[in-house]
Design a protein around this ligand. Structure first.
Ligand SMILES: Cc1cc2nc3c(=O)[nH]c(=O)nc-3n(C[C@H](O)[C@H](O)[C@H](O)COP(=O)(O)OP(=O)(O)OC[C@H]3O[C@@H](n4cnc5c(N)ncnc54)[C@H](O)[C@@H]3O)c2cc1C
Length: 376
């Protein structure tokens, strides 16, 4: 996908997830800046996080990659969301955080790759299999970034501005002397399952709380479903939930979630484990640098806020980055401080909603998972 190797760019983006590509597209659509993205994976990695509200579509229009640029099966409308939360009685629940609007399941692989293709098609340079190693800043030369490429070894890139879109797990922020604050240890252990035969899964999402955490199941495009158990990393270890047999037996113990798959769960299941913690990053004191998406703030998946925030925060930051090439440093620093403040305020609102939602489940108030959230 790399078109040509030019070692000097106006803007370098770290990470080719939805945040990185949205930042790149905003810059490429509205400026003449030379933009590159480095991505540590080979772009084939498994991607999770697929439930979005219909507010995604105006965002895609803004990025000039409207819905019809994606394959028809990239988005499946969810017909209902059923929650067994706080009691054993089903409630129809539009994500507590989302207003009463339609919800879609996104095929993340197709979605992310279509955005990457759009970046390449508009002249953005993408370095796959390239992991950021070091970066240094000087007033005279700007940023010098050393990247480790899987086959080509070390590559040095010079750039005027860095956009950190490297997600909630990355250590990029530590390399510039700042840090990410983690508020909890929420982790998802999940599997993508393909149903056998002609079984048609209902276009539903099911959420069921249990003593040690909560299950999330949703039908995906095609005959697939995603099944995830969320709990804290230490509890998952002590419950040995990374072992397929333990995970399957815990799913069998649910009252409702287990029925969703119509007994179609394959015997051999490949589990993935992903951090799903709420985090906040301080970055507004770093010159010519901004964090976007999960790298700036990350949310509990119960909120379904991750993808939408990743894309809006990136588009907003990219506009400021593009302005930084025309205006004085002082003015841009102020605007970036305001950007950081806005996302902190947004995060505070999210925390109140998250606490309110977890407070609705009181059946296992003595178990560590719920106790930690009820006392938050
Ligand atoms: C289990 C789970 C379920 C979720 N469910 C939902 C949901 O239903 N709805 C929703 O909206 N959100 C959900 N989310 C959140 C959503 O997945 C994220 O908010 C979204 O992917 C954030 O996009 P991003 O581009 O900021 O980060 P990412 O998608 O994490 O992309 C970051 C990219 O940076 C790359 N990278 C990292 N470090 C480096 C480095 N040093 N050098 C080069 N590249 C690097 C990574 O390889 C990665 O490709 C869920 C998350 C989890 C974990």
């Amino acid at each position: 996908m790399t078109q040509q190797i030019n070692h000097s760019y106006d803007v370098l983006i770290i990470g080719a997830g939805p945040a990185g590509t949205s930042a790149a597209l905003t810059l490429l659509n509205h400026s003449d800046l030379r933009v590159a993205i480095i991505e540590q994976s080979d772009l084939q990695k498994l991607r999770v996080g697929e439930s979005v509200s219909s507010t995604l579509f105006p965002l895609l229009d803004y990025l000039q990659v409207p819905k019809d640029c994606f394959n028809a099966d990239c988005f499946t409308e969810t017909q209902s969301t059923i929650a067994f939360w706080g009691s054993d009685t089903a409630t129809q629940r539009h994500a507590i955080f989302a207003a009463d609007m339609s919800t879609y399941q996104v095929d993340r692989e197709q979605f992310d790759l279509t955005l990457i293709d759009a970046v390449a098609g508009r002249g953005g340079i993408i370095y796959p299999r390239s992991k950021l190693q070091y970066m240094t800043f000087s007033e005279e030369a700007g940023w010098q970034v050393t990247v480790q490429h899987k086959e080509h070894g070390k590559i040095t890139l010079n750039t005027g501005f860095i956009i950190d879109a490297s997600g909630r797990n990355s250590t990029v922020i530590n390399k510039v002397g700042s840090q990410r604050k983690s508020l909890d240890k929420l982790t998802g252990v999940g599997a993508f399952v393909r149903c056998k035969g002609d079984t048609r899964l209902p276009r539903e999402q099911v959420i069921e709380s249990t003593k040690h955490g909560w299950w999330y199941i949703a039908a995906l495009p095609g005959q697939h479903a995603v099944v995830t158990f969320f709990s804290d990393s230490d509890l998952l270890s002590s419950l040995r939930m990374n072992r397929p047999e333990q995970w399957l037996s815990a799913l069998q113990e649910t009252n409702h979630a287990k029925h969703f798959l119509r007994n179609e769960l394959p015997a051999n299941i490949e589990l993935w484990v992903r951090k799903a913690n709420s985090t906040q990053t301080q970055f507004d004191h770093i010159k010519h640098f901004v964090s976007v998406g999960d790298a700036a703030c990350s949310f509990d998946p119960i909120s379904s806020m991750g993808l939408g925030f990743a894309m809006t925060s990136s588009a907003q930051a990219a506009v400021l980055v593009s302005q930084s090439f025309k205006e004085k440093d002082e003015r841009i620093s102020k605007l970036l401080q305001q950007y950081q403040k806005d996302i902190y305020n947004n995060f505070e609102d999210y925390l109140s909603l998250r606490n309110m939602f977890y407070a609705k489940e009181k059946r296992w108030a003595g178990s560590p998972f719920w106790q930690r959230r009820l006392s938050a």
